[in-house]
Design a protein around this ligand. Sequence first.
Ligand SMILES: Cc1cc2nc3c(=O)[nH]c(=O)nc-3n(C[C@H](O)[C@H](O)[C@H](O)COP(=O)(O)OP(=O)(O)OC[C@H]3O[C@@H](n4cnc5c(N)ncnc54)[C@H](O)[C@@H]3O)c2cc1C
Length: 455
Amino acid sequence: MSSVESRQSVAIIGTGMAGLITAYILRNDPRARFGVEVFEKQQKLSLDSASLTVKNNSGTEQRVDLPMRAFASGFYDNLRRMYDYLGIQYGSQRFIFPFSTISDTNSNDIYTRFIHSSHIHQFPPLRPQGSSWASWLVEALYLLVCYLWMVICSFFIEPKQGDDSRPSETFHQYVARIRLPQYFVKHYYLPIMSAVTTCPHDALLNFPAIDIVNYQAKTFRKPHYTVIGGVSKVQDKLSKGLNVRYSSAAIKVENVGSKVQLTWKNDESGSTESKLYDHVIMAVTPDVVRAIFPPLRSALSVIPTATVPAYVHRDFDRLAKCSQVVDGGIHPEPGLPPPERIHLCSNSSSTEFTHEHLSSVIITTSPIIPIDPSKIEHTVTFTRTLRTPTSRKVTNEIFGPASQSDGDLKQWRNGDGNVWVVGSWCWDGMVLLEGCIASALRIADRLDIEVPWAS
Ligand SMILES: Cc1cc2nc3c(=O)[nH]c(=O)nc-3n(C[C@H](O)[C@H](O)[C@H](O)COP(=O)(O)OP(=O)(O)OC[C@H]3O[C@@H](n4cnc5c(N)ncnc54)[C@H](O)[C@@H]3O)c2cc1C
């Protein structure tokens, strides 16, 4: 199929990682069957839209990715393959995590329990200021035992899968079943997993256990990476030559005859326009899909989303409030950047993350301790999709393989009427970048497109 006229027209809504990967795959179809047009409500591509460039202490400009977009071997196999294919350079990044507890009544009352280094690259572990050798040693041994137990369970005790009569096991039920001590769960496991899911502890406890246990098992002893120079490098590669309509917010997707009609509002002119396509692909969060695509309005109401605020600032006085970390004693490793500190400060219901970026700025996500407003340089808000056993069931009904009982179901399924959904939440797993690529690859498979890095 070579002529442009005979090509199938495709509209993709959203230019986050999922939208850009899907557009790249379709535009690079070896049989050149698709003409792709992309709609983005912002005035720029959204994958890198919240990131910024800052000057570090030596005056050199450095890119700060917002959100962080770290990834690990084991869990992110598709993402790594795509980065390798695109020639994206990424490097291993080590982290130091001071775990502190903040009083619920006084945010100045903070106690640092332990300082963990990723993959225990720092041995012996750093000792928090004010912690005696004896209490530190007892805490370290206790953590080691609890952590090893959690790891063993993640490999050998499978979370209970749900069925039609019973939802899948929650993380809360799983940790109770494997008798993981409450103290460890509350002060260590919930804070570190909250850093991955950026949600309050109650919401995390209600995640399907399978998500967290799988993530734990797949990333065990695997290094974490970040893209060298930031995800703008990925965005540049994926979007080269892309036809994008900026400031164009999709407001309705509907089937009209054998076509799909997309209606959008141009935020600059204020005008509303419609166009028919052969396929429309929504690469947006579930709350947006609900609003623009009536067949999923009811089903997606069970998929929770949360608003996550993040601040880039230079409130260095605040660091001493986040945790009592001893300076020095950090072992540099030849060829690797120095470890970055991420302070995890928790009260009884949530954890805030304060990341000391190597560029010299500080990024605080979901703050509990106040930040000096005069030291804030950049504020951004993200939408995060959460998971529950019920939302997992609905997601699998929409995106999972067709089951025999589907004939009787009224549930709309991905691809019905040539309408598609992709995104980090459109698969059976943690809502992370790997979900973007897994869901895009599913469309490639259904449309019979050969993906160069997947073969
Ligand atoms: C604080 C934080 C930290 C994170 N850290 C990591 C991490 O370290 N590693 C990791 O793997 N994942 C991480 N994630 C998750 C990951 O970044 C996201 O899940 C992923 O980027 C989502 O990509 P997406 O393409 O599915 O959707 P989005 O990035 O949400 O893209 C959709 C885009 O569509 C556009 N849009 C919305 N509505 C419309 C409309 N009506 N019309 C047109 N355009 C529209 C918006 O501009 C939006 O940006 C983090 C998330 C957060 C919030």
